[in-house]
Design a protein around this ligand. Structure first.
Ligand code: SIN
Length: 283
């Protein structure tokens, strides 16, 4: 297995691994180690059927079933399909899914540890995914700012992304209120210690973070706006240009990501994602 860095602060390309077959224990440990070091791993030119994707992902932990049930692969609810394709009537199309900076499942008490995405179909141009390093972004803050942020907590909710981004997308169907009620807001530390690397990482995101609990709304909003601008500045970002049959795995404990919805209307993008359960972030 060869690991080559893809940017200054995060991301690496991994060669010499076949994810279509079970990995031996040493290779699996090397993949896990690479994920802890680089936060985003790209495995090019893979042939991965849904059962193999589930098998690989489940080596890291229990798999989550996404709240949007109409986007789960029939017969394999561990796989969440992100697609704009209306011709594939097995799942509902969602052309702009994830097109805002977010961290998967931060609206749950025990958010996702990692996600694994396989590119079945990619558009001719566009449709990249951007990732940013919340560890490098934390490291680069001044000591004064770190002292201000340490010990703060933030409220996260699934509804926030819907209200802020999703409902404004033309053609988006309203989400049944009961889905929001089933996922009440949760509180997480604004900075947490990565359980494996030991690095301090910011843990807020525009998608699901509603507010900073200990500050008046105007102050909290200003700080969140500053942090989002800071975290997504170019020096902390790896932008992945997809090729068909890439597998990309990311560590949600140390990153945010965003799908870039800039491909041609009618061009197809079809991704399969598995989401690995994690533990509550610790401040
Ligand atoms: C996601 O938000 O998990 C999907 C990102 C993408 O489709 O590029």
């Amino acid at each position: 297995m060869r690991v080559e860095r893809a940017s200054r602060t995060l991301g690496a390309r991994v060669q010499g691994v076949d994810l279509g077959r079970p990995l031996d224990a040493d290779t699996f440990d090397s993949v896990r180690d690479a994920l802890n070091r680089h936060s985003v791993l790209v495995f090019p030119e893979q042939e991965v059927e849904p059962p193999a994707q589930v098998e690989f992902s489940a080596r890291f932990g229990r798999l989550k079933h996404h709240v949007l049930k109409e986007n789960l692969l029939p017969g394999m609810p561990e796989i969440y399909v992100l697609t704009n394709m209306t011709s594939q009537n097995e799942v509902a199309p969602r052309p702009y899914a994830g097109a805002y900076w977010h961290t998967d499942l931060s609206y749950e008490a025990e958010p996702a540890f990692g996600s694994v995405m396989y590119a079945v179909e990619v558009p001719e141009v566009g449709g990249d995914t951007m990732f940013c390093s919340m560890a490098a972004a934390w490291d680069a803050l001044s000591e004064r700012m770190k002292a201000l942020l340490e010990g703060l907590t933030a409220t996260h909710s699934f509804e926030h992304a819907y209200e802020t981004f999703v409902k404004h997308i033309p053609g988006t169907a309203p989400i049944d209120r009961r889905r929001f009620d089933a996922r009440p807001p949760v509180t997480h530390p604004l900075v947490h210690t990565h359980p494996e690397s030991g690095r301090r990482c910011l843990y807020v995101n525009p998608g699901f973070t509603e507010r900073i609990n200990e500050l008046p709304p105007a102050e909290g909003e200003a700080i969140l706006a500053f942090l989002y601008e800071h975290c997504t500045s170019e020096r902390f970002v790896y932008r992945h240009r997809w090729s068909r049959h890439d597998v990309v795995m990311w560590d949600n404990r140390a990153t945010m990501h965003k799908a870039v919805p800039d491909y041609d209307d009618g061009d197809s993008r079809y991704m399969r994602r598995t989401t690995i359960a994690g533990s509550a972030p610790r401040g």
